[in-house]
Design a protein around this ligand. Structure first.
Ligand SMILES: CC(=O)[C@@H](O)[C@H](O)COP(=O)(O)O
Ligand SMILES: NCC(=O)COP(=O)(O)O
Length: 259
């Protein structure tokens, strides 16, 4: 896969972790992760994101390879794999060579991502892994807190982009801290731009808080959104789905259904 084919500004990459989470509660293969990804791509999403955690609570190894095969049929769309490169991420990167690897400093079994890299501590360990990704043709984004002073360190270690961790912004949405939080992200993005980094963002972005973020944060290349988007997809689809089941019941009551 080549990163250069992907040029859309403020792309939406749909994180399908939560589809796998539901799928994993039965052995029936539904809902299908690849089918969900296909529907998102058909609906216009510019990319697909997964975060295959070591405990496989949601995305499993076969999902990563099946999604890579799907993305081969969508050459202008982006495949982004997130994870800790000191745990399982690099195995996926070496096998699949996604357009982008997002390095996230999660511990094994972590509930969800809740902080960015401490580069004062981890830069030297990250440097060779970033170089390996580049040798494989894979862009590297580092998951970072919105701290302007950290952006030069992200550039210095060899990252192409940073993904700004947006949970603090999302938590401040609708409170007196909203404007102050937005300013933190604007300043962090400007600092990243100033040193030549691309800017991604994600975590708890949703239909309420997204527009102001896109409007305020300069140079925003990509947002990856999973939890809220999948929840919305469920709710926005209830009416159609309930009607389809009522139609089945009606069909069974009025005629002998074909088997
Ligand atoms: C890096 C990031 O913010 C997302 O990958 C988030 O951690 C999703 O992971 P879960 O779906 O396991 O919460
Ligand atoms: N990188 C963030 C991501 O992929 C999705 O995060 P969330 O929307 O599930 O919080």
């Amino acid at each position: 896969m080549t990163a250069s084919a992907f040029t859309h500004r403020t792309a939406l990459s749909v994180n399908v972790n939560k589809v796998a989470l539901v799928r994993n509660t039965r052995h029936l293969g539904i809902p299908s992760v690849t089918r969900a990804a296909l529907l998102c791509l058909q609906a216009g999403a510019q990319g697909i994101t997964v975060h295959p955690r070591p405990d496989e609570r949601h995305i499993r190894a076969h999902d990563v390879t099946e999604l890579a095969a799907l993305l081969q049929d969508w050459p202008e769309r982006e495949y982004n794999i997130e994870g800790n490169p000191f745990h399982n991420l690099m195995d996926f990167v070496r096998t699949v060579r996604p357009h982008q690897a997002t390095f996230v400093p999660d511990s094994e079994g972590q509930f969800t991502s809740d902080h960015g890299w401490n580069l004062a501590q981890d830069a030297e360990r990250l440097r060779p892994l970033i170089a390996e990704c580049h040798a494989l043709g894979v862009r590297v984004s580092l998951f970072m807190d919105a701290v302007p002073a950290q952006m030069a360190a992200a550039k210095a270690v060899g990252a192409d982009r940073v993904e700004l961790y947006t949970e603090p912004y999302a938590a401040a949405w609708g409170t007196a801290q909203q404007a102050q939080q937005l300013e933190c992200y604007r300043a962090a993005a400007q600092a990243a731009l100033d040193v030549g980094l691309g800017i991604n963002a994600g975590h708890d972005l949703n239909r309420d808080n997204l527009a102001a973020f896109v409007h305020t944060v300069p140079g925003l290349l990509e947002v990856s959104i999973g939890h809220a988007l999948i929840a919305d997809a469920l709710e926005l689809g209830y009416a159609t789905t309930v009607q389809a089941y009522l139609d089945c019941i009606q069909a069974g009551a009025t005629a002998t259904p074909t088997t």
